[in-house]
Design a protein around this ligand. Sequence first.
Ligand SMILES: [Zn+2]
Ligand SMILES: [Zn+2]
Length: 294
Amino acid sequence: MKRTGVFYHDICGKEAYSSLAMGVEDGFLAIKNEGFFSRTGVTYFESRPAVEREIARIHTPDWIEEVKRTQWWRVSLYSIGGVLQATEKVIRGEIDNALVIAGVGGHHAHRDSAWGGCYFSVTGLAIPHAREILGARRFAIVDTDTHHADGVRHIFKDDDDVLHICFCGADYSWDDTPGSLVENKTKLCFPHGTSDETEIENVMREVPDRVREFKPELLFWICGMDTHQDSYGTRALTSKCYPKLAEIIKDTADRACGGRLIVKTCCNAPPHATAYILPRIVDCLGEVKRYAGE
Ligand SMILES: [Zn+2]
Ligand SMILES: [Zn+2]
């Protein structure tokens, strides 16, 4: 069994960006109610709030002030804090891997603007944090949300120590700069599957070899769930697909970077989906095997 951390704060469930984050609290409660926090290697950590200095590593003072005046400031702090805390614990070897349950998205956040239920670069902020205080350098981000991760892509566009593999597909990119979707060897976009089978095929084809070759010190998986058939994105996947994606990504981390993996989700699928998916992702990360044979 692995030592897996689950990072969540009540504020992320109660104050979640409602039109995107439909199943945040239900997802967390499903993990808790399935008994993962006793008699397994899985530990619950209450996410800490990020502090302004940590956000200012990427975002401009004006943008920080603007978000501060919205209702999304507090939930953003606890969402970012969860990822930063998970990053610290994974890189220091206190835990092997982690699931962070956030109340807002992050991949549409640029340095000085954002859209689509995102305010700050929730996962992106872990990279300067890890470089500054933990001495890590190279990171891979796999993003399987429906939409193009324009914010993350823009922030790290000139950073060859960040491999960014984004599954968005032309139909969902909303980024019409010619050639913007495959920029170079470390910044890539690929299409989504139109079914569980083709999604798994695509991720299997594009992720494991690339990440192994890149040799990151830590792998992040932005596990968007708007690809779920009952959500608002590709509507192509059933709940059963996500635990299978988790197996591929975890196996990739095990082979590429000593298992160091952080899964971030803002649970943008309905409660019935997140309550099914999240315990199974934790089961996979922690090698608990409670659902083996499903
Ligand atoms: Zn999306
Ligand atoms: Zn993309």
